[in-house]
Design a protein. Structure first.
Ligand code: HEC
Length: 165
């Protein structure tokens, strides 16, 4: 009888606990800070000049340590001023890490690559880029709505932190 009762309690509790876990996991998966994180995380450089292909490899190796490459690839930054500023800002941030990912000597190559690539994908093929940009913003907006919905669900169910005193 006792075992039967435990079985019944477990049967009711399991989906509740699993549900809370699933909602929290899903919330974590949806938590990207920038809408451009949601786009593609690689560039087809097969038609770029060889030198740009080499620079692309450095960019891939160095700029994917703390966030995916999607952040750079789909951001609206395009001018040399913008890229120089950001790449140096990343370098300063990197200096505060235990293990350094960015090497000063390689940063010029990274900036040169990003400026060249921006000219091709974001300016010459600007219409396509703007359309994709809007798609990513819409997707981000939809994710945001889902995040709010999940958060409400989690709060209403009550987390251990909100129970007791
Ligand atoms: C040490 C970790 C680290 C490395 C390495 C790094 N980033 Fe970042 N990056 C961040 C963090 C953290 C943010 C978000 C906070 C911010 O922008 O200050 C960010 C944000 C960005 C953004 C978005 C900025 C915005 O406000 O729109 C771009 C673009 C970017 N990084 C490009 C790069 C490029 C290009 C490289 C390689 C040169 C790089 N990152 C390497 C940590 C890093």
């Amino acid at each position: 009888m006792k075992r039967f009762l435990i079985g019944i309690v477990a049967l009711f509790l399991t989906p509740v606990l699993a549900g809370a876990d699933a909602a929290e996991r899903r919330l974590r998966d949806l938590s990207v800070p920038f809408y451009y994180d949601l786009g593609p995380d690689s560039i087809d450089v097969s038609k770029y000049p060889e030198r740009r292909g080499e620079q692309y490899k450095i960019f891939v190796r160095r700029c994917s340590a703390c966030h995916t490459l999607a952040r750079s690839i789909n951001s609206t930054m395009r001018s040399r001023e913008e890229w120089s500023y950001y790449v140096h800002r990343m370098r300063i941030m990197d200096l505060s890490e235990k293990e350094h990912h960015l090497r000063r000597v390689e940063l010029k190559d990274v900036v040169d690559f990003l400026v060249y690539d921006s000219r091709i994908r974001k300016i010459k093929r600007g219409k396509e880029f703007v359309e994709n940009d809007q798609r990513l913003r819409d997707k981000f907006h939809a994710l945001h709505e889902e995040r709010v919905r999940l958060l409400r669900q989690i709060i209403e169910r009550g987390s251990p932190a909100s129970q007791g005193k």
